[in-house]
Design a binder for this molecule. Structure first.
Ligand code: FE
Ligand code: FE
Length: 295
């Protein structure tokens, strides 16, 4: 891991924190809209107070540096997809060279997480594109291997260029974000229009948006929503930012919500057997993707 990552939380620590903050609900339906906002807010404060110092530090940096301009710079830098050509497997193997040295307790790799997520989706009898979304959803984390700091790769995402929802974790850290002093970024809608659709909204930069752009020509819209918005917890778990949504967003967010439990709560300690699983996934990848993708 490069030096710019040193003061930051490990990937695993950030994701463990997300799992604590968004505990497994009794039913998926109960998470969206049907929550008591006051109670939930109290709980968030506890999660924040009890978070590990490294996780706090991660969110402090994330909220300080994810400005509207930063996001536009990263979009220009990456979304031309001129960095590499790789097959999906090559990308999976590349991602797997990312070692999370913060967490000596787990020998689960990034690839294990992806395979476990996909296998649980497959086990539950979902369509093939849903399984494939599970297999690849975190491939955008190769941003870390390009030298991006972790605060620009993982963690909850949120729109930039408009007021931050109070439900975004560690909201007080936004006071240090230079956008807090730009009045045109501090209204409810900011630089966007009501109901125009999330596609017109710039999200804080991270692995979701990057991978979405790599695969957007190849997967059905339901799978693309899962990939693009899986870290947008303020929206898919707390129902925030609905005023940016159009009808397509409202229709397809149920798939983001259907995906979330597989991502967060599939944690078996049984390492997936890659050799056994490989033929199934080779065929699945071939069904949707060309031999090489632009990254
Ligand atoms: Fe992710
Ligand atoms: Fe994940």
């Amino acid at each position: 891991m490069n030096d710019s990552n040193r003061p930051l939380a490990g990937l695993e620590e950030v994701e463990e924190f997300l799992k604590d903050r968004y505990p497994e609900p009794a039913t998926v339906e109960s998470t969206f809209k049907a929550t008591n906002p006051n109670k939930r807010k109290e709980e968030f404060r506890n999660y924040e107070a009890n978070a590990r110092p490294s996780v706090r530090e991660f969110y402090r940096l994330n909220h300080r540096y994810q400005t509207y301009d930063f996001v536009q710079t990263k979009r220009k830098e990456y979304l031309g997809l001129n960095r590499k050509q790789m097959s999906v497997w090559e990308a999976l193997e590349f991602l797997n060279t990312l070692v999370d040295d913060s967490d000596p307790d787990t020998d689960m790799s990034q690839l294990d997480h992806l395979l476990q997520t996909a296998e649980q989706i497959r086990h539950d009898g979902h369509p093939r594109w849903f399984i494939l979304a599970g297999l690849i959803h975190d491939l955008g984390k190769i941003l870390c291997l390009y030298g991006e700091p972790q605060w620009a790769v993982v963690g909850d995402t949120f729109p930039v260029g408009c007021a931050w929802s109070e439900k975004v974790v560690f909201h007080p850290f936004f006071a240090d974000n230079p956008d807090s002093k730009e009045s045109h970024y501090q209204t409810r809608l900011g630089v966007y229009q009501e109901g125009k659709g999330l596609d017109s909204v710039s999200m804080s930069w991270g692995h979701d948006e990057y991978l979405y752009n790599v695969v957007k020509d190849y997967l059905p819209p339901e799978a693309l929503y899962m990939i693009r918005y899986h870290s947008f917890y303020p929206c898919h778990r707390d129902g925030e930012y609905g005023y940016f949504m159009n009808q397509q967003d409202r229709d397809l967010f149920k798939w983001v919500q259907a995906f979330n439990p597989y991502d967060l709560y599939t944690k078996s300690h049984k390492k997936p057997n890659l050799a056994e699983l490989r033929p199934f996934y080779d065929e699945l990848i071939r069904e949707y993707f060309p031999a090489q993708l632009r990254w």
